[in-house]
Design a protein around this ligand. Structure first.
Ligand code: GDP
Ligand code: CA
Length: 326
């Protein structure tokens, strides 16, 4: 499955619950990655590993459980910038391990495997692969009257975490995406799977970059697996996060139908064989079916893994029934 951080990891937990015996490959977004205080940080991969391995802070949905903040206090005492990105002590250990291995020449996939040896030890059959080992960075071009051009580009994390998605977005760019190559195993995972799932992750900054890595979208277009997507927009707004600030910047309506049409039906040059929307959006089902996208309405709240597992199974049944024979 293709997944981002908080929404993506909740989804993966539900998929695991639905099919405990299945081999699951998570293709994780790396376009949020950032270097701060000399530490290489991969927010979506970390959230995924911590969540699956039971190390996540359940209240915040990101960062480590039972976290302490001594290092952050020391940074503050030194006036060391930036201070807008929360880095707890336990979390910093992860970034130190990663940064050292990267500095020693290991690839991001190899490093992720080292981290996964700890966090996924109890989950045989589950793998987390970075979408690419190459540097890709989502930048947001925001309106800024204080600059000569009236706008400037900032890292997505700065837009999201520091500015709480408040500045007006002019454009979203993925730096480095044209030259990025799919990470080892990524294309094979898509080609060899029985089912490809798009988590209800942010379509612009989580799923978008994964699909934009040259080769990945094509592999999804031609895989023999059924491709099933899940809406993160429920009743017209994202359940968590700020996807509604970003969708307009790529010209997509903030609705389950808008995102479904954005991914598009595989039968009409899109990527989906099936699309799940929440029951709150049941009115869009006919509209989407009319444009060739088999759509099912079902409760899509990921309140706990069992509820998530229920809609994942329902979606899989639906897409299997609805797929035109190859
Ligand atoms: P991030 O990388 O941490 O921002 O997380 P993701 O991109 O993986 O997921 C964020 C998206 O998950 C948001 O846009 C939400 O709309 C979606 N989401 C969060 N909780 C739920 C839920 O309970 N149900 C559904 N369907 N979507 C959700
Ligand atoms: Ca993310």
């Amino acid at each position: 499955m293709l997944a981002g951080g908080v929404g993506g990891s909740r989804f993966v937990r539900g998929v695991r619950q639905a099919w405990p015996e299945a081999s699951i490959t998570v293709i994780a977004n790396t376009a949020d990655d950032i270097t701060l205080h000399g530490l290489r940080i991969c927010p979506d991969i970390d959230t995924m590993l911590y969540t699956l391995g039971g190390g996540i802070d359940p209240e915040k949905g990101w960062g480590r459980r039972e976290e302490t903040w001594s290092i952050a206090e020391e940074f503050t005492a030194y006036g060391a910038e930036p201070r807008w990105f929360g880095l707890g002590d336990r979390d910093i250990a992860t970034h130190l391990v990663r940064t050292q291995l990267l500095d020693n020449g290991y690839s991001l996939s190899e490093v992720t495997q080292v981290l996964a040896d700890r966090w996924l030890a109890e989950l045989p059959g589950v793998r987390v692969l970075p979408m690419t080992d190459d540097r890709v960075e989502t930048q947001v071009v925001i309106t800024d009257p204080d600059t000569p051009a009236g706008q400037r580009a900032i890292h997505f994390q700065e837009y999201w975490v520091r500015h709480h998605a408040e500045p007006e977005v002019r454009q979203i760019v993925q730096l480095g995406i044209e030259d990025a190559r799919p990470g080892p195993g990524v294309i094979e995972a898509i080609t060899d799977s029985e089912l490809v799932l798009l988590a209800p992750s942010n379509p612009v900054v989580s799923i978008g970059p994964i699909l934009a890595v040259p080769g990945i979208r094509g592999a999804i277009g031609t895989t023999e697996a059924a491709v099933l997507g899940f809406s993160g927009i429920l009743g017209g707004s994202p359940i968590l996060g700020m996807a509604h600030k970003l969708l307009p910047a790529i010209g997509v309506e903030v609705s389950a139908a808008g995102v479904g049409a954005h991914y598009g039906a595989r039968s009409r040059t899109g990527i989906l064989d099936g699309w799940l929307v929440d029951t709150a959006d049941a009115a869009t089902v006919d509209e989407l079916r009319a444009v060739g996208l088999p759509t099912l309405a079902h409760p899509l709240l990921m309140t706990d893994p069992e509820l998530t597992a229920q809609f994942v199974r329902a979606g899989a049944d639906f897409v299997t029934r609805n797929r035109p024979a190859a």
